[in-house]
Design a protein around this ligand. Structure first.
Ligand code: RIB
Ligand code: CA
Length: 315
């Protein structure tokens, strides 16, 4: 059965891979792509989304720009990982895919309200747009099929020892998303640190021999070098497509029910997703939390998806 998703992203190298995985997987239909400030400022995350859509020939999916800053805190970006443009590693042509005039928050509300129970929200950046949509139209909490987000962690952080980047950047938005009462799955670092773009994976992608595959290898190569420099990891964690994979192939990702609270006040723990797997009568679970991914099956899915997308020579 086809899953209709809205991919809310902050491209960003791994966001770009999430867009491509969604596009190249037949069981997933991109109902919309929306952008948010996170890995870089909104103008660049949106330009990068336009670039990826142009490269992959995604001309039939509405692309809308969203919020340029977190709900409360000043924006923190990740240029040390994603570079000065947010998507280095490929020489980009001038994008021909443009954003629509509608704001991302309004587009999310419009699509969800028009198709009760059909739309899965897949946020892969800070949750600002999603929280704003909830504030503007609380009824989406009852109309969304599911929220499957890349963010959080129950074992470690990456931007601080306690917090994962997407939740750290806008913890107030994350708190609103985790307490909205809708079906929610958290694909955190506990899962995504198993999805690593090894040299063997890059070789498989390169062997596809298309212009798109070459662009993907270039982007992942840059991303690998930056993660090696920042974290000492030889193979980069490719976080965001893991959330798409959970939608397309739920069986690839093991999950456990839990109560997740977002820390807002901690001096050292702001943005921590405090995860309680203990099933106690007094505690209401609010999320399925990813605990592992079948990384071999994940990369098979990803390589197959890239192989299905025809390449635009001019992008
Ligand atoms: O912590 C990893 C997440 O933060 C990914 O979504 C990455 O793109 C950044 O947004
Ligand atoms: Ca992201």
């Amino acid at each position: 059965m086809t899953r209709r998703i809205i991919l809310d992203c902050d491209p960003g190298h791994d966001d770009a891979m999430a867009i491509l995985l969604a596009r190249g997987t037949p069981e997933v239909e991109l109902a919309a792509i929306t952008t948010v400030a996170g890995n870089h400022t909104l103008d660049l995350t949106t330009l990068n989304a336009r670039r990826v859509c142009t490269l992959a020939g995604i001309t039939d999916v509405p692309l809308a720009a969203g919020c340029s800053a977190p709900l409360v805190r000043p924006l923190v970006t990740a240029t040390e990982i994603h570079g000065t443009t947010g998507l280095q590693g490929h020489t980009w042509a001038e994008p021909t895919v443009h954003v629509i005039s509608e704001h991302a928050v309004d587009l999310i509300i419009e699509l969800v309200m028009a198709a009760p129970g059909e739309i899965t929200l897949v946020p892969t950046g800070p949750l600002t747009n999603i929280a704003m949509a909830l504030r503007r139209e609380p009824r989406i909490a009852d109309r969304v099929r599911e929220v499957v987000l890349m963010g959080g962690s129950y074992t470690r952080g990456n931007v601080t020892p306690a917090a994962e980047f997407n939740v750290y950047v806008d913890p107030e938005a994350a708190a609103a998303v985790f307490t909205a009462g809708w079906p929610l799955t958290m694909i955190g670092l506990d899962v995504t640190h198993m999805a690593n773009a090894t040299a063997e994976v890059l070789a498989r992608i390169a062997a596809l021999g298309t212009g798109l595959a070459a662009a993907v290898v270039g982007m992942l190569g840059f991303y690998r070098d930056r993660q090696l420099h920042e974290f000492g990891t030889a193979s980069p964690h490719v976080h965001d497509p893991c959330a798409v994979a959970r939608v397309a192939r739920p069986e690839f990702v093991s999950c456990k029910e839990a109560r997740v609270e977002v820390e807002l006040a901690g001096e050292f723990t702001r943005g921590m997703t405090v995860t309680d797997f203990r099933m106690r009568a007094a505690v209401t679970p609010n999320a399925m939390v990813g605990t592992s991914i079948d990384d071999g099956a994940f990369w098979d899915l990803f390589v197959a998806a890239i192989g299905r997308i025809p390449t635009r020579a001019d992008a």
